[in-house]
Design a protein around this ligand. Sequence first.
Ligand code: GLC
Length: 418
Amino acid sequence: MWKSATVYQLYPASHHIAKLDYLKNLGVDVIWLSPIYRSPLADMGYDISNYKDSDARYGTIEDWDRLLAMDLVVNHTSDKYIWRPGKSVFQGSAWEHDSTTGEYYLHLFVSKQPDLNWDNPVVRSDIWDNMQFWRASPQIDVINCISKTDGLPDAPLVDRMQYYQPASMYITNGPQVHKYIKQMHTEVLSQHDLIMVGETPFTHEASGLAAYVLPQNREFNMLFQFELMDFDSRSESPLLKNFWTLGELKAIIGRWQRFMRDDGFWNAAYIENHDQARSVVRFWNDTAQWRAVSAKMLIILEITQMVTLYVYQGQELGLKNFPRTWRIEEYDDVASQIYWNLTEYQRQKAQGKEAVEMFDILDSFAQKARDHARTPIQWNAGAHGGFTTGTPYMRVNDDYPEWNAEQQIGDETSVHAF
Ligand code: GLC
């Protein structure tokens, strides 16, 4: 059943919880939520401060008790959670000084997301306990990062132009990762009927991920692989656009489709999520003439593969990125803000001599920033696209008066109808 399911990813901050009928009519089998745990929202809920409570803005635990799938973030926690002494992905150092202990703590993501020490059995048993509490089918965030290379060595200098060096070989697929996942299976998963999905950034070779998915290993049903998500990015940052060819796109999809297929390796198809700009912009053509056709073509590309299909909210409407004219102040995401500030700092230090142009960064952000996936869903042509009568936490994309769910539901040629 899970192989033929259509999973709909809902980003709670930008959806509308009263719209469950909309999802029913769309025919989705599984709803997967981005985190609603209690959080100071430094990274929009991917920094959890209480693993056994929901954030007040999304309702109470009782409201959520009947929902069964949520993104689980256990590689790291919020810095408001109790933590133990133990090149951040969003740029900058991965180490933060803590004045209470006089020590440094590791954070692969922002400084408000200290990594958990999975080598500590007490930490692991706490995680199993939290998983039992939710009884939800988890998509486990950055699961291939939970075990790091022993001794946490410094990354080698590979790019003299960059102040911080990439360290993914020391932070992914570490020595204990499969042992811990198997333990998770014994302690939690084997006791429930759950779909298991893992997010595995930084590893682009399918062979490096086989052990996570092959059925006899009893780890994951499928993964969110990043080869397709990263191939249009520059190596310095996923927020910078790289040029690509149709041949490359085709080769990547073909390779994953064929990889160990007879041995039971299974793929999840996703082309959008809350970390990616809109696919009509990234992979096709979002001009008025081609936008709807592009959105339909991309969904054909996904459903004609042998995969479990993931649809990200708004993809079913062919939503697109917000315009290039929006200023940096409209970018809410911590990854955009950090990248911007760091580049601004470097530019000021070089006193204008350096060829780092802030305009170029906005050009790239207009194509690649995560923010584009996070604007509120455009329900109708009313104020703020019918998302709220108050002030939305993020501005609604400018095209909502002519491009919204209500108008598409009534139109049999729309992306939604398709
Ligand atoms: C995952 C999430 C992303 C988050 C990061 C750190 O990649 O999808 O939104 O910022 O992990 O938790």
